[in-house]
Design a binder for this molecule. Structure first.
Ligand code: BYC
Ligand code: FE
Ligand code: FE
Length: 471
């Protein structure tokens, strides 16, 4: 089961060839996908050889195989982690009963909705990032961008397999619509807010891969616990790819910070803008924007949807299986600060209704570790600046805090105070124009744009001057 069948048109480890009907349906979807990729994927780089990793086996160490590929020829496939044992439903009302290998009729709509929402983010992110190749700060970074893009494409495949394989005609229709919605299109947008935000500069790209891909990590962790076994095993394999996306974001931001610190030290007291660097304050504002937007992706703090997902056994908590806790979560309560009549008050919420918030807690604490990493860089350079994670109430568009105005540290403020301060917290047009002005491609092997430090090491043991993309 662990070996991937590459003889097939669609590489897979789900024995696709024994299900002719499904195989035909997916082979019919394939050219539509390729057409979408050519229209909406990384513009103008489809003819170039890119040094990419492809999954060749789902075993722990066998899945990363590196080589030059043209992106439209990347072997997008369907890979599930192998079944270890007879899994059980690990939480909710069905706790302890056998995991499902088919969709339970009563949960069909709910499951489809979750899979479609997850699926929709994958092509959305490729669309958001489609122009970035033109302004890559190095061939190394360009290659990482394209690696992320092809893997998000594969994540779409993983979800489309579930839609086609388990949801009949509705599933096929949903799969078609996934190639029809467009990020940022007012008439036909992607489903979730962040995935319609423009991502047209590399500072945004690194923030996106740090904060939005990390939402991906936690949503996948909770779906990896699902009682619907094919979903759980799809998400488990997707998580192995996700780690690299967050690495790209975290180290990308780290390298920008590193470069700015070097400039600050060499040219004591001068505005780093004059020297072509990105001020740390501007990096902080971009973090504030993408982090707050990604906080929205966890949904409302109090959510009957989340409660139903949990009760039915289709979406658990991150690491549910390892948690030493009541897996039914029937009686627990969660204490949270709610915003009512213009002020914050403490409220006890049934735990199941607070599952979005439980997951967001994990996300916030992971993000805090990333901030420590950034601050180690500034400390090492003796620069007098510290990064902070914005409070989860800051700048929200979804959930109870979207009803009010909150400062960067989560204090309720008036709209007038907000308007007076927002330019210090979120990127201004001037900040955006400045960052955009730095987006000049730097495409000679071993050369890096002046606003970013080179990475500590290359990919797959190759040097930082390796020709990662043949232009
Ligand atoms: N924008 O009960 P509520 C990734 C809607 S990222 C717009 O609060 P619920 C990736 C919601 O649909 C991971 N609308 O929340 C990263 C509902 O609408 P209706 C993606 C939003 O239902 C980088 C209403 O508000 N995976 O993989 O618990 C690159 C109230 O809903 C938003 C998933 O999201 C928003 N941000 O939803 C590539 C996992 N948030 O029904 C890829 C699947 C909520 O009233 N999704 N709404 O019309 C889910 O589990 C859930 O749908 C949510 C929370 C986590 C989104
Ligand atoms: Fe993804
Ligand atoms: Fe990702």
């Amino acid at each position: 089961m662990a070996t991937i069948d590459y003889e097939q048109k669609i590489p897979n480890n789900v024995d696709l060839k024994s299900d002719k009907k499904l195989q035909r349906a997916l082979e019919k979807w394939l050219p539509d996908y390729i057409e979408w990729w050519k229209d909406m994927g990384p513009t103008d780089f489809n003819e170039n050889d890119v040094y990419l990793r492809t999954a060749v086996s789902v075993d722990r160490d066998g899945w990363a195989d590196f080589g030059y590929v043209k992106m439209p020829e990347y072997r997008w496939g369907i890979f599930l982690t192998p079944t270890e044992k007879e899994r059980i439903v690990g939480f909710g009302d069905h706790f302890g009963s056998k995991a499902w290998h088919e969709v339970p009729g009563e949960y069909r709509n709910m499951l489809r909705r979750i899979i479609v929402t997850q699926a929709d983010t994958e092509p959305a992110s490729v669309e958001q990032q489609r122009m970035l190749g033109h302004t890559a700060p190095s061939l190394y970074d360009m290659r990482n961008l394209f690696q992320v893009n092809v893997e998000e494409g594969r994540h779409l495949w993983a979800m489309v397999y579930l839609l086609h394989g388990f949801f009949g005609r509705d599933g096929r229709e949903e799969a078609d619509e996934l190639l029809e919605r467009r990020s940022g299109n007012p008439d036909h947008p992607r489903i979730l807010g962040t995935f319609n935000e423009p991502c047209t500069d590399w500072l945004s790209f690194f923030c996106f891969t740090t904060y939005t891909d990390r939402d991906g990590k936690f949503q996948l962790l909770s779906l990896a616990e699902s009682g619907f076994d094919p979903l759980a095993r799809s998400c488990r394999f997707m998580l192995t790819e996700e780690a690299h996306h967050m690495f790209v974001g975290q180290t990308g931001l780290g390298r920008i910070i590193e470069r700015t610190c070097e400039l600050l030290k060499e040219h004591d007291g001068r505005d780093v803008r004059e020297l072509g660097g990105i001020p740390l304050e501007v990096v902080q504002k971009y973090i504030n924007f993408w982090n707050s937007s990604s906080n929205d992706l966890f949904g409302g703090e109090i959510s009957s949807n989340a409660s139903n997902f949990f009760a039915s056994g289709i979406k658990g908590r991150a690491y549910e299986e390892k948690l030493d806790t009541d897996h039914r979560a029937n009686e627990g309560i969660y204490t949270m600060e709610v915003f009512e009549n213009g002020r914050l008050t403490t409220k006890e919420v049934p735990l199941r209704n607070a599952m979005n918030e439980v997951l967001r807690d994990e996300y916030v604490s992971d993000n805090e570790k990333g901030i420590i990493y950034f601050n180690k860089i500034v400390e090492r350079h003796g620069v007098d600046f510290r990064f902070h994670l914005p409070h989860r109430r800051f700048n929200r568009k979804v959930g109870i805090y979207s009803e009010g105005w909150f400062s960067i540290d989560g204090t309720p403020i008036s709209e007038t105070e907000w308007l007076g301060k927002v330019g210090e917290w979120l990127p201004t047009q001037e900040d955006r124009d400045y960052v955009q002005s730095l987006m000049v491609p730097c495409l000679e092997p071993g050369k890096y744009a002046p606003w970013i430090a080179p990475p500590a090491k290359g990919i797959d043991g190759k040097g930082i001057d390796f020709e990662y993309v043949k232009l």
